[in-house]
Write a protein that binds this ligand. Structure first.
Ligand SMILES: C[S@@+](CC[C@H](N)C(=O)[O-])C[C@H]1O[C@@H](n2cnc3c(N)ncnc32)[C@H](O)[C@@H]1O
Length: 458
């Protein structure tokens, strides 16, 4: 009867790399459950067995039960939603398969162990499967304790073998999958570790980021281990060849790699992001890039009665929504989608409103949105913010034309834009939705870089 489940990370399959804690845990298990994935990955099964043979004392009786792994459809043909659904269905089928094996254990078999390749926290579903099992038993009135024992994971061994730290000093490390790499790669991410990459997705980055340094490793910790390191554009062909040959020889391949920007690469975001920006000030009003801690200004500006009146949906933000909006501002900045600033009263340091430049139109065009908190209205803050943001956008952010607009009845908004040098260009019929389902005309303004420069210098 089951009493305890242990999820044990066994590193990359070599007994020397199993931690002392994991070795001790191995000797407490009565039945190991191992997913039988079929196919030709016998090397991995052998490695697992080697770990057990080397580390479990001869007088400790245990058995290994192979549980046929439910089949999973081909990931490559699925979009993200279908992929997520496929993985969830597969997990549910795995939970059923393990539950039925555990239900049939002998009376004396009280401790079940899952041997997890590498570390259980890295791209492995065993912890989720065991959570579901424990919940299922709890619902049936059976208490089963469980624990997780860490193991050496592929990225750790990759770094050790290449004799490098995974991160630059004080910088982040982004760990992702081959499936996501090309969509999400951005130099601003810092060092990027890629796992679960069936087809060396980094090859698709070689033209755009040829100078990235690639640290690649396959079969880490095994006798077949192979490492390649070099400038992405120069070594990618070699890595593809080595990988294909090894796969042919062994029938399978598992590889991991790190992509690192060269040390002399500029620390600024890639070509699409807005530039790193500090404070912009005219002495009365200061703008600074909106950050997660500015969420209350985001909430109060949006939830003000006057703002909600002109809002597309007329719905107030909850604190959670405001927190999410503020927290994603830095990401939007890096991706170049939006540059969001908080307006700060320079005299008191209080948050006074928000102003945003969104890249939504053709290249070089920025859409502007803004709002000032009630306590700060009537002090010309919107006009000041528009001037500050215009100077920044034209001088630093490769913007050639800024476009604010407002619902036709929102006269105050238009006055502030006109005072800041924006010219009304016309009226766009029914462009802006209202909360009641109707639509309003929009009065459209613009300011171009050429006009801004001429008027500022003039
Ligand atoms: C399902 S994930 C499991 C990761 C594992 N839990 C860990 O901590 O490394 C499998 C991926 O890990 C990486 N991996 C696992 N073993 C590896 C090895 N021996 N050499 C290189 N990469 C490995 C590969 O990227 C592979 O696609």
């Amino acid at each position: 009867m089951i009493e305890r489940v242990r999820i044990i990370g066994i590193g990359m399959g070599s007994p020397e790399q199993v931690t002392g804690e994991a070795a001790q845990a191995l000797s407490t298990v009565d039945v190991f459950l191992v997913a039988d994935k079929g196919g030709s990955r016998t090397d991995l099964v052998v490695a697992r067995q080697r770990v057990c043979d080397a580390l479990i004392p001869a007088d400790h009786a245990y058995r290994v039960v192979e549980v046929p792994d439910p089949r999973r459809g081909p990931d490559a043909e699925r979009d993200d939603t279908a992929y997520g659904r496929g993985v969830r269905d597969w997990h549910a089928a795995r939970v059923d398969a393990y539950a039925s094996v555990i239900d049939g254990l002998d009376d004396g078999e009280t401790t079940v162990g899952f041997l997890v390749w590498g570390d259980p926290a890295f791209y492995d579903s065993t912890i989720r499967v065991v959570d579901a099992l424990v919940e299922r038993w709890a619902a049936a009135g059976v208490t089963v304790e469980h624990d997780v024992i860490a193991g050496i994971s592929a990225p750790q061994l990759l770094a050790a073998r290449h004799r490098i730290p995974l991160n630059r000093i004080g910088a982040p490390i982004h760990v992702t999958t081959g499936r996501r790499l090309v969509d999400e790669y951005d130099p601003a991410l810092g060092d990027v570790v890629v796992m679960l990459d069936g087809g060396l997705a980094c090859a698709e980055l070689a033209d755009t980021f040829p100078d990235l340094e690639l640290f690649w490793g396959a079969y880490l910790g095994s006798p077949h281990e192979v490492l390649v390191r070099g400038r992405l554009a120069e070594v990618i062909d070699e890595v593809q060849r080595v990988r294909a040959e090894a796969r042919e020889r062994h029938g399978w391949v598992m590889d991991t790699y790190l992509l690192r920007q060269p040390a002399d690469a500029p620390g600024t975001p890639g070509p699409t992001g807005f530039p790193d920006t500090g404070e912009l000030t005219d002495g009365v009003l200061t703008l600074r890039p909106l950050a997660a801690h500015d969420w209350q200004v985001v909430r109060d500006e949006h939830n003000d009665e006057e703002s909600l009146r002109w809002d597309f949906f007329g719905e107030a933000y909850t604190d959670d929504v405001a927190r999410q909006k503020a927290a994603q501002a830095r990401r939007e900045w890096r991706s170049g989608r939006a540059a969001r600033f908080v307006m700060v009263d320079a005299a008191t340091g209080e948050g006074a409103g928000v102003i945003n430049v969104m890249r939504m139109g053709p290249p070089g065009v920025g859409l502007i949105g803004y709002g000032v908190l009630p306590a700060f209205r009537g002090r010309g803050f919107t006009t000041r913010a528009l001037r500050l943001v215009s100077g920044w956008a034209f001088e630093s952010a490769r913007i050639a034309r800024l476009e604010p607009g407002h619902k036709v009845d929102n006269i105050a908004s238009g006055k502030a834009a006109a005072k800041a040098g924006f010219r009304a260009e016309g009226r766009l019929a029914q462009r802006l939705p209202n909360a009641d389902g109707t639509r309003s005309d929009e009065v459209y303004y613009s300011l171009t870089r050429d006009r801004f420069v001429a008027e500022t210098l003039g």
